[in-house]
Design a protein around this ligand. Structure first.
Ligand SMILES: [Zn+2]
Ligand SMILES: [Zn+2]
Length: 261
């Protein structure tokens, strides 16, 4: 994968919808010329009810996630730099409890993946098609509040919210969102999974605004299968898409101070 040396968006089988052994991700990444590999499986959330969220690691699987990746980091340290992160939602009412829980683990970074607005028990699913601009506004408000915590390395698929209403409203709300986001200096992710799958994201109108406003992007493979590291073709097309929208693409990110090496 000549065009990509770092990827911070990698899942594992623990989220119940990805496949392959942890080692296969590492070896495929090395084979593809990746030098920085960040794992970011779907984090468990600490719910205050007995609600079960089926697309995440369970609380019980988290220690094994860190043990396995710490051991692979050591084993492959001469070939690749491995970071251990999570992809996590910002559910305001649960976030402090979540941070307190994660503090026991050697976590390198978090990326924001806001698959639901506010929370997933009563909030709005980001993937559900809607023509309601107020729902889009709520999604953007949620993401902005998350970015303001300063806890996230970047925002995964920021254009994941499936708004299918009036395009003028989309552009206005998105421009307003990006205007507020820009001073925070948090990169956004061009998501390979959505792109290769032909999903509603990455959305051209969103990225053209990023291009106009000089908000940079990072490529995220969103790997749910080790074979993704061999998919050079869609990564090349995604980079071309980003450039065509005028977006500056960052090859590597600096992890915040205090993160483990
Ligand atoms: Zn995601
Ligand atoms: Zn993901």
């Amino acid at each position: 994968m000549k065009q990509l040396t770092a990827n911070y968006h990698t899942h594992t089988y623990r989220c119940h919808h990805a496949c392959g052994a942890d080692r296969d991700y590492v070896e495929n990444a090395i084979g593809a010329g990746i030098t920085t590999l960040g794992f970011s499986d779907h984090s468990p959330m600490i719910f205050n009810t007995d609600y079960y969220s089926g697309f995440r690691m369970t609380l019980e699987s988290v220690p094994g996630y860190f043990e396995s990746l710490l051991s692979l980091r050591e084993e492959y340290k001469n070939n690749i730099r491995i970071y251990i992160g999570v992809e996590v939602e910002y559910y305001p009412a649960l976030f402090d409890g979540y941070l307190a829980y994660m503090a026991q683990f050697p976590l390198d970074y978090m990326i924001l993946g806001q698959h639901f607005v506010r929370d997933e028990q009563t909030g709005i699913p980001s993937f559900r098609r809607t023509e309601d601009p107020d729902a889009l506004r709520q999604y953007y408000d949620n993401v902005l509040a998350a970015a303001k915590t300063g806890k996230f390395l970047y925002i995964a698929h920021p254009d994941v919210f499936h708004y299918a209403g009036d395009e003028k409203a989309y552009n206005e709300l998105t421009a307003d969102f990006l205007t507020q986001l820009k001073p925070l200096g948090i990169p956004l992710e061009l998501n390979r999974l959505g792109f290769a799958d032909g999903r509603h994201y990455p959305r051209r109108a969103f990225w053209e605004l990023c291009g106009q406003m000089d908000i940079p992007a990072v490529i995220g493979l969103d790997a749910h299968d080790p074979a993704v590291f061999r998919d050079e073709e869609s990564v090349a097309r995604l980079i071309a898409f980003g450039r065509d929208c005028g977006v500056r693409i960052l090859p590597e990110l600096e992890l915040p101070d205090g993160y483990t090496e």
